[in-house]
Design a binder for this molecule. Structure first.
Ligand SMILES: CC(C)(COP(=O)(O)OP(=O)(O)OC[C@H]1O[C@@H](n2cnc3c(N)ncnc32)[C@H](O)[C@@H]1OP(=O)(O)O)[C@@H](O)C(=O)NCCC(=O)NCCS
Length: 294
């Protein structure tokens, strides 16, 4: 992976030279400290997972990692960017922009998508990204809700390792992206359920440990009622646990999640530089795996 190792002086720490290098799993603990400094909930294990699935850079000043930026290739034409963090002590000095340029070099030729916090949006807008949607984070402890009642012909079953090709096919219909490596890791570290109508798969969801508790996502379904069933299963099974779900802003799940006891906690703007992928449907992505992977 080509990387320009162009040193740069930090505006806020001129005595040290800022260096960029490839990120590796060995950086997970230091990255964890960085994300805690900006109040992100990721554990070191969450960093290891996203580092293992993608590429990216860290910026160092002396021994300290002061900034990170990652990207994940999906097929040959698209990628998502994320985990873009500059330590609070070094923000506003051009480091974020420099890291974005390093990602542009590495991911050259691809359309790039990301979910921007309010802090990040001005930087991405200056680099040419345009808004293309939104993601609403919901979290908290769910109220005691009943197990979902399935209509005639509907059934829920646990996902099996042999379902990976099926999950990839449904996910591709929903996102337009080839995400098999990410799905394989998500299934391996979490639990998966598949919703069937008359024996035919019509959606799936994955639950895994993340941050302060558990996260539900991705949730892929043909319609909102099915997405609710795929979320309600986990809310019921994991009552008493801290749960998070990152839904597409136009998914019409907000009122129902609020009734279930989860609270809205931050809206981010989805942005793209280039083309959004063609999403053939009829599946739709109701909740993300996380804001970085999409
Ligand atoms: C967002 C973040 C990565 C930006 O990094 P940074 O090093 O502070 O940004 P830079 O100094 O490189 O700024 C690059 C450009 O964006 C502009 N910019 C950055 N933040 C801005 C803001 N909040 N408002 C307006 N402009 C802003 C700068 O003025 C600069 O423009 P210029 O090149 O024309 O002067 C950093 O603030 C951060 O880590 N925030 C907390 C974590 C986070 O929210 N990350 C984004 C996740 S999507």
């Amino acid at each position: 992976m080509p990387l320009t190792m162009e040193p740069m002086m930090s505006a806020t720490a001129p005595q040290e030279t800022l260096l960029l290098r490839e990120i590796s799993k060995a950086d997970a603990m230091a990255c964890h400290a960085l994300s805690r400094a900006v109040n992100w909930p990721h554990r070191a294990a969450d960093w290891e997972m996203v580092i293992g699935l993608g590429h990216g850079v860290v910026a160092t000043l002396g021994e300290e990692i002061v900034a990170t930026a990652l990207w994940w290739p999906y097929g040959e034409t698209h990628a998502t960017l994320g985990m873009i963090i500059v330590s609070p002590a070094h923000q506003g000095g051009g480091i974020g922009k420099r890291l974005m340029q390093a990602l542009f070099e590495q991911a050259q030729g691809r359309s790039l998508m990301l979910n921007a916090t309010a802090a990040g949006e001005p930087l991405y807008a200056k680099l040419g990204f345009v808004p293309c949607g939104g993601v609403q984070q919901y979290q908290g402890e769910a109220l005691a809700i009943a197990a979902p009642v399935l209509q005639a012909g509907m059934s829920l079953r646990l996902g099996r390792p042999a379902d990976l090709a099926l999950l990839e096919r449904l996910d591709l219909q929903a996102t337009g992206l080839a995400r098999k490596p990410a799905l394989a890791v998500l299934v391996a570290c979490g639990e998966c359920i598949v919703l069937e109508r008359d024996g035919q798969p019509v959606g799936f969801s994955i639950l895994r440990r993340f941050g302060r508790g558990l996260v539900i996502g991705p949730v892929v379904a043909m319609k909102r009622e099915d997405a609710q069933t795929l979320i309600a299963h986990w809310l019921h099974e994991q009552r008493g646990q801290f749960l998070r779900v990152d839904i597409q802003a136009d998914s019409e799940l907000e009122d129902w999640l609020t009734e279930c006891g989860l609270k809205p906690s931050g809206l981010v703007t989805s942005m793209v530089l280039g083309e959004t992928p063609d999403r053939p449907g009829p599946m739709r992505l109701y909740a993300l795996a996380n804001q970085a992977l999409g």
